[in-house]
Design a protein around this ligand. Structure first.
Ligand code: IPE
Ligand code: IPE
Ligand code: MG
Length: 257
């Protein structure tokens, strides 16, 4: 058996076992990983311990997504609004982010996962950028999955930046304002190389978008779970993927049945 065939056989096995239909797998899953603080509070621990445990859940979900054959996974790790949190929490999160990148560097390459980042990367501390940028370069040719971390990300800031770029191009005569269409907008967002998310998951019971991928989620299916992010595991991820597979996506057209 050649190696491609054996990878396909393993993928089929992995998908059939949990009862998923490979033909209906979401191409792009986006996750708002929420509830680390409440997870810690319930245990009388500090918030950083919750974030630490949350990082373990990230490792699990990245591996599961890769094994199932999901081609894009986007994780909301830090929002533009999260800079308002206490200094100690922000620096704790940045340390954990650096640790995560250091510890996953090898695994990403071995599993053919490309690391991508969206957001105001320039605002991140140098200690984070010093590892983030090399890992992105090292994994640039990885093809099996793209893992996007939303870091200092805010959809409104992204939209403002897009508007500025389009306005400058029009002012410079490089773009005809009448030619601006939906693709022009998408092409000027951080996510220009990604398909729109098919599925959004938010943990912790909150039912809001908190400034995440506002343009890109026009037709995304959404699943909200009360589970706090550190408790989110492979079994629940698979259950949610099954829920997604039972949704009927219409995109404004009539019910085909
Ligand atoms: C999500 O957990 C992680 C980040 C926003 C960085 P929270 O820290 O928001 O946890 P809760 O919502 O306070 O429980
Ligand atoms: C959204 O969670 C941001 C991330 C998960 C990184 P928040 O906890 O910051 O959102 P709100 O404040 O509950 O809306
Ligand atoms: Mg929260």
């Amino acid at each position: 058996m050649n190696s491609d065939a054996s990878i396909d056989a393993e993928a089929a096995f992995v998908l059939e076992k949990p009862g998923l239909n490979p033909a209906l797998l979401p191409r792009h899953v986006a996750i708002i990983m929420d509830g680390n603080g409440r997870w810690a509070k319930k245990r009388l621990l500090n918030r950083i311990s919750g974030h630490e445990k949350g990082a373990d859940a990230v490792r699990t979900i990245v591996r599961t997504a890769r094994r199932l054959g999901i081609s894009a996974l986007t994780l909301y790790a830090f929002s533009t609004e999260n800079w308002q949190r206490p200094k100690a929490e922000v620096s704790g999160l940045m340390i954990l982010l650096r640790r995560f990148l250091e510890s996953e560097r090898k695994t990403l390459i071995e599993n053919d996962i490309r690391l991508n980042a969206i957001g105001q990367i320039h605002r991140l501390p140098e200690s984070v950028r010093n590892i983030l940028v090399p890992v992105m370069h090292e994994t640039a040719s990885c093809k099996a999955m793209v893992l996007t971390l939303a870091l200092s990300y805010g959809a409104r800031a992204e939209i403002v930046q897009m508007a500025k770029m389009i306005a400058s191009a029009a002012k410079a005569g490089a773009l005809d304002p009448d030619a601006v269409d939906e693709k022009t907008i998408s092409d000027h967002l951080y996510t220009r190389d990604l398909p729109d998310p098919d599925l959004l998951i938010r943990t912790s019971g909150e039912m809001r978008l908190s400034n995440f991928l506002l343009w890109q989620m026009a037709y995304t299916e959404m699943v909200f779970t009360p589970t706090l992010w550190p408790d989110f595991d492979e079994a629940e991820f698979i259950t949610i993927l099954k829920t997604y597979q039972h949704r009927e996506r219409r995109f404004g057209a009539v019910d085909p049945s």
